[in-house]
Ligand binder design. Structure first.
Ligand SMILES: [Mg+2]
Length: 182
């Protein structure tokens, strides 16, 4: 199978960095569990605070390159690559460094350039499976690829939609990779 895999919230632990910058900007300490919606401004910050955080991320060299993978991701990628073609489909964010640093992060984690696609509209990309933490990305991709399968990685910010869609919800990428091996 060709498995399309999102980066942030699936392989890459982005939100901890966001919360660190938000702490600097606002003086408030929030936890990952408080992020109960994809739109951060509805749960942990105002749009202005969010913009300040994004500006800080865009300015900081290495911010995206040094993001940590979630626990078990390296092993999951190893397992998935045994039998499948893995293509990362990731949305480029604002700032001049984001896409370049994300590219190098992905190369460091075994993706060659034939298997890296920068796309905000993931429905444009063909595959058998899409692994995402965004229910709306899954919805639009499944509408464009009705024979495809959606996999939602459970995160605090998608908890309201975990049981709602025509997708399989799993607790982690490693969980899904091990499931496919069975
Ligand atoms: Mg994501």
């Amino acid at each position: 199978m060709r498995i399309l895999i999102d980066a942030d919230g699936v392989m890459v632990e982005f939100v901890s960095m966001f919360l660190t910058h938000l702490h600097y900007v606002t003086g408030r300490k929030h936890t990952v569990d408080e992020i109960t919606d994809f739109h951060f401004e509805t749960c942990i910050c105002t749009p202005e605070e969010g913009n300040q955080v994004w500006a800080r991320i865009a300015e900081q060299e290495g911010a995206v390159l040094e993001l940590r993978p979630y626990e078990g991701v390296e092993r999951a990628l190893q397992l998935l690559r045994l039998d499948h073609e893995l293509v990362c489909v990731t949305s480029p964010q604002w700032g001049t460094r984001w896409a370049e640093e994300r590219y190098h992060w992905l190369v460091k984690h075994g993706f060659n350039k034939q298997h890296i696609v920068f796309a905000s509209n993931k429905a444009l990309v063909q595959g058998d499976v899409l692994i995402e933490d965004s229910p709306s990305n899954l919805e639009s991709w499944l509408a464009a690829h009705p024979h495809g399968n959606g996999v939602l990685i459970a995160q605090p910010w998608n908890q309201k939609k975990q049981s709602e869609g025509p997708w399989l919800t799993v607790p982690s990428l490693l969980h899904y990779a091990e499931m496919l091996m069975r």
